[in-house]
Design a protein around this ligand. Structure first.
Ligand code: UDP
Ligand code: MG
Length: 136
């Protein structure tokens, strides 16, 4: 049965700063993802705190929100069969040092915090994250 999904992808500040936008989008397109919507913006720290609310009890929460709001980001809605899991596979492990060869984080990530991309981790969070950036 077909399972076309939409997922939220973010090109994080470390990757935007290094002008990796087109290279990363090309990887998505070459892997069969359609970019349905996209925009470039800079978050306020309070926006990042809302976006990453699931992590509010973690020790890295404040640094993470400071980082995500430190410079421009590109947010995109990606669509494909099983897009949520396939985007996570294509991104690779959270820590670029542990990511598989060929994944975006292995190719471009600098560290566990500056890991170049975000991707929704479940259908529930994909909907919440897409609404956060696009349905207001
Ligand atoms: N993160 C961090 N330190 C950690 C774990 C995570 O800075 O020890 C950051 C990292 O940038 C990651 C984000 O917090 O992308 C969200 O963490 P999550 O566990 O959801 O990883 P992801 O879903 O991005 O792979
Ligand atoms: Mg996550």
């Amino acid at each position: 049965m077909s399972n076309i999904e939409q997922t939220l992808s973010i090109i994080k500040p470390d990757a935007v700063e290094r002008n990796l936008e087109n290279e990363i989008k090309t990887i998505f397109k070459n892997n069969g993802f359609k970019i349905l919507k996209e925009k470039k913006l800079k978050l306020e720290k309070t926006d990042a705190e809302q976006f990453y609310k699931v992590h509010e009890t973690k020790p890295f929460y404040s640094d993470l929100c400071g980082y995500l709001s430190s410079g421009p980001i590109i947010v995109m809605i990606l669509e494909k069969e099983n897009a949520i899991k396939l985007n996570r596979d294509l991104m690779g492990a959270t820590d670029p040092a542990k990511a598989d060869d060929g994944t975006i984080r292995k190719l471009f990530g600098k560290s566990i915090d500056k890991n170049s991309v975000h991707g929704s981790d479940s259908p529930e969070n994909a909907k919440i994250e897409i609404d956060f950036f696009f349905n207001n």
